[in-house]
Design a protein. Structure first.
Length: 341
């Protein structure tokens, strides 16, 4: 993992080695529990770890066709020092998959707000992977009073480019293709993955494992329908429809950690690098020879980077006045840039 120079460290905080030593009284992984809650008559399942850790609250949001299980390699490590909640987003994992569900970014952000309040959590550091990164950014925009920090892990929503496979999922007939794909047994899927490894040795194993899990999830009709609805709300054949870069300035006062892999074949590394340039106070963690899933390919590295971020930054929650100031400042800059004809 290579690290670009970090900016925005809290003054007076001890170096990483001393800080990690001080908080690492226990080296045993924390236990992980699966829980369930009903919101708006819909089942929401989530993984939880570190409830009694005394550490800050962290919410982990998975990507498209994934589930909370993607965080399992890192969850026990994070749970030693933080209270971690990893929900299955609506239409994913074991959560409800309503045919009439709202699978837009705004609805996912509102659903996360409702989950936090129902669990009596007054704020959290929100971590989003891939599509979950878009949800995390939307949550920070809609509910700044509940957002303490933001972590974008190989995040979507930072530029138009995305893999051809995801673009294809937005086309007519994609649902029929997925219906055929689910007829493959998990064993057959695993065999295909191993063949892919032999044919394309540069593809990370973690990416192939996640692909196998995604294909297996499509055996559920509700999951297939939810996937298609979500993809079409966020993507077209030309790429990502939703671009959050124009609103990154609203995050200027929020501690932000950006994580990406150099070999990500789904979302280009350049998207994350450009976001880091737009947010000069953000931190950047680039994982060498890593694909689209840094958190599962290198869970120990990811957990260390995230815990270090939590313990060297102070939580920030915006109120209406601070949000208004940033919006007003942006408008004034735009007006000043207009040249009379």
């Amino acid at each position: 993992m290579s690290q670009l120079p970090r900016r925005g460290l809290t003054p007076g905080v001890p170096p990483r080695a001393h800080r990690l030593h001080r908080r690492s009284r226990s080296t045993a992984p924390a236990s992980v529990a699966r829980r369930e809650i009903v919101l708006h008559d819909q089942r929401v399942t989530y993984l939880e770890s570190g409830r009694r850790s005394g550490g800050p609250t962290v919410v982990l949001l998975h990507g498209l066709a994934s589930s909370s299980a993607t965080w399992l390699p890192a969850l026990p490590l994070l749970g030693r020092h933080a209270h971690v909640v990893a929900p299955d987003l609506l239409g994913h994992g074991s959560s409800a998959k309503p045919r009439t569900g709202d699978y837009s970014l705004g609805a996912y952000a509102a659903g996360l707000r409702d989950l936090l309040l129902a669990l009596r959590l007054d704020g959290a550091t929100v971590v989003g992977h891939s599509f979950g990164g878009g949800v995390a950014m939307q949550f920070a925009y809609q509910f700044p009073e509940l957002t303490e920090r933001l972590v974008l892990d190989a995040s979507g929503g930072l530029g138009p480019d995305v893999s051809i496979a995801l673009r294809a999922a937005s086309l007519p007939g994609a649902a029929a293709v997925l219906k055929v794909a689910h007829t493959l047994t998990p064993r057959r899927i695993a065999e295909l993955c191993h063949r892919a490894v032999r044919l394309v040795p540069g593809v990370p194993l973690a990416d192939l494992d996640e692909l196998a899990c995604a294909l297996a999830s499509f055996a559920d009709h509700g999951a297939r329908e939810a996937f298609i609805h979500t993809v079409r709300s966020a993507l077209t054949w030309s790429g990502q429809r939703l671009d959050g870069t124009g609103r990154l300035y609203l995050l200027a006062d929020l501690p932000v950690l950006l994580v990406a892999g150099t070999d990500d074949a789904v979302i280009p590394l350049d998207h994350t690098l450009a976001a880091h340039d737009r947010l000069p106070q953000s931190r950047l963690e680039v994982f060498e020879r890593t694909g689209h899933f840094p958190h599962s390919e290198h869970p120990a590295r990811f957990a260390e980077a995230l815990l270090d971020f939590l313990h060297t930054t102070r939580p920030v929650r915006s109120d209406t006045d601070s949000f208004r100031r940033r919006l007003t400042a942006s408008r004034r800059r735009a007006e000043a840039a207009v040249v009379p004809v």
